[in-house]
Design a protein around this ligand. Structure first.
Ligand SMILES: [Zn+2]
Length: 362
């Protein structure tokens, strides 16, 4: 069914409306969830990011509640554009659809669609637009808490003064440097490096309100809470160290496994007092966005573990094929294989532990 646009708004015609269409997302035609997205010219990055949203039922179950009858929307409305695309993906019998309408929606939001993007930047761009444009504040809050990593930033002055500030992030940018270019790094080690406090000395000294001058200090972050979907970004693009230099890609190996435990990371004292961190912070990998090529030109694809059949799939624009976990591990990276796919964004889902059933007689 098509909608008529009148003065930038939609008017409902008779027939099925988006708000009334229950997505057969977790049942029915939706056999394994894998529908390719045609490349509309340099749109591989948009496609890979969209697939990472579409194949997360935690995300779509919130978006699915978006009700057009309650919203004022135009063609540039991201929640509407996403619902419309996902609706088309659901109904596709051919296995490939075009994301053209959504690309136009992005363009109306000043995000160029047919352009080489950085997947992480694009993910944040789309997600922030989505949050801004969700008029239902409860939905926006739910969406926010799905990815929000709450952190405590601290600065400890040598005088003993401790300054803390709460902050939050949608993803953790993990450092790959400092380990030597040719060395292999474990994801867990990169996480530890992110949380390792840094000495602020020399020109980095920090102003201390108690000392009244800039002092050497220790700066770092601790976890306050962890989200349902954990977005980890491997910092494979190193900014130029001097003028005239260019952005370099780090191809070296970062190994990761399907399960990740965050319980070993530093937790803020405030959160610990509330009992946070006592529960299990176990995560399961469900999507790996890969980048191949250089910092100047490249291609994005995504590996996704289907929530329907628990199989890994590789989605490369229109091409969808079933793969094994071993194929996913080939994205760890290697300095000897410069044009190969390297994992760039890792999306983990928190494993919800079910309460054990009460023992007999209790
Ligand atoms: Zn001080």
């Amino acid at each position: 069914m098509e909608r008529r646009v009148n003065a930038g708004r939609f008017e409902e015609n008779e027939g099925r409306s988006l708000s009334q269409s229950p997505w057969p997302y977790t049942h029915g035609r939706f056999q394994n969830g894998m529908v390719g997205l045609a490349n509309g010219g340099l749109t591989c990055c948009v496609n890979a990011v969209l697939q990472s949203f579409y194949l997360a039922p935690e995300f779509t179950s919130i978006l699915q509640r978006w009700d057009q009858r309650r919203e004022v929307v135009d063609w540039g409305n991201i929640p509407y554009g996403m619902c419309r695309l996902f609706d088309v993906m659901q109904a596709s019998m051919s296995g490939v659809v075009s994301a053209e309408m959504f690309l136009q929606c992005l363009t109306l939001n000043h995000v160029k669609a047919n352009k080489q993007h950085d997947a992480e930047e694009l993910f944040l761009n789309i997600f922030n637009l989505l949050l801004d444009q969700l008029q239902n504040s409860d939905m926006a809050e739910e969406m926010k808490s799905l990815y929000e990593i709450k952190l405590e930033e601290f600065v400890n002055c040598q005088c003993g003064k401790v300054s803390v500030k709460d902050s939050s992030m949608w993803s953790l940018p993990l450092p790959l440097s400092g380990m030597g270019v040719h060395r292999s790094l474990k994801l867990e080690d990169s996480l530890k490096m992110f949380f390792r406090p840094q000495d602020l000395t020399m020109k980095n000294k920090c102003f201390c309100p108690d000392c009244g001058v800039k002092c050497p200090a220790l700066q770092g972050v601790k976890l306050i809470s962890v989200p349902k979907i954990l977005n980890l970004q491997l910092n494979r693009f190193r900014a130029p160290s001097r003028r005239g230099d260019y952005v370099k890609k780090i191809y070296s190996s970062v190994t990761f496994s399907e399960m990740l435990n965050l319980n070993n990371l530093p937790i803020s004292e405030k959160a610990q007092k509330c009992g946070i961190g006592q529960e299990s912070w176990l995560y399961q990998l469900y999507a790996v966005l890969t980048h191949s090529g250089s910092s100047v030109f490249g291609h994005y694809t995504v590996y996704v573990k289907s929530f329907k059949d628990s199989q890994w799939y590789h989605l490369d624009d229109a091409q969808v094929r079933r793969v094994q976990w071993e194929d996913v591990t080939e994205t760890f990276g290697s300095c000897d294989y410069l044009w190969g796919k390297t994992a760039y964004m890792l999306l983990y889902k928190r494993v919800e532990r079910e309460e054990p059933p009460p023992a007999d007689g209790h």
